[in-house]
Write a protein that binds this ligand. Sequence first.
Ligand code: PHE
Length: 380
Amino acid sequence: MEQPLLSTLDPGWGAGDPSTLIPEHAARRAELEALDPALAELYVRGAEVLAGAADAAALKERVVALLGRERGVVTLALAGIPALAPEQKKVRGRGLNLAKRWLEELEKAKRATLEQAAESREALDVTLPGRRPWVGHAHVLAQIRDELLDLFHGLGYSVATSPEVEHEEYNFTRLNFGPDHPARDAHDTYFVSPEVVLRTHTSPGWVRAMEERKPPLRLVFPGRVYRAEQVDASHMDQFHQMDGLFVDRDVSLADLKSTLNTFARSIYGPRVRTRIIPIYFPFVEPGAQLDVACAICDGSGRTNLGTGEQRCPVCKGSGWSELLGAGMVHPNVFRAVGYDPEEVTGFAFGMGLERIAMARYGIPEIRLFLENDLRFLNQF
Ligand code: PHE
């Protein structure tokens, strides 16, 4: 070989397999080797660097080095033909024309595959499953509240709300709390000022509603309440209640009982075990408490939480969990709002939403409701 044909091809260029682009590559190579081994070497190396181009820019650079009109190896070799011996001229001329045509074919095939690859990289695969946006859901207490509102709506009740920051007159005095009632004590009540408290129950809503409206009334009062409690597994210093109030002529204790039974069965199912016991609240007479069998220990008062049998921490061993307070509205409460207790009677009840959720789902810790741990919240 009189001139170094391969000298202008960068030896660092990566090689590819030309037969993936042109199936006839092996046959062409054999044909050139038989004709002109030195030229075959140029052709093979040229074909391999074209096949090995990683992108359009690399391909262009390699095509210029091979076939460029001024400095391309093949172009220069063609230009050198006139200086060759006559019998070499024919062979080299034919070989170079073949090599030039085949390299151009390879370039075309390579450019097509590079373009195809770029297209499929940019293309949108409409068959891929979408990424679902994260959607929250109602807190378990909000779910219980909405379920109760639905239930009472069906029994003819409307919703009324009253302030969380409440005058002690409404929180206590007009609800017939005597001036020395222990619940007024600073241990149970968060005072904002000497006369203003964070409401300790949702019952002040009755007073506000009755002052604004005339009987008959059928209302429920959902909301957050506050008590300066020692925090433990079943007590927190803020929780949620829903009071109910029914005022009309001739409302009886039997009406209250049937309403509470309807409520308990709707919330806990038709076979729920409940009991009603007498209890004192200043604003009802008689007063009652509705209990439901403790869901943690199933009414036995004992649990085994993995550390041996022990007293049930939720019902404190009693087997019952207190669900709500209730009773017939005290005549003094009617008097305080200007209703005549000789004309109207009524019943009221008030329930803790945390208690209801705990009893229904077997939740052993009231603090879980406020911690906002998704591992807890996502279970409901
Ligand atoms: N307000 C009472 C409480 O917070 C509950 C209750 C409501 C009791 C209505 C009787 C009637 O404990």
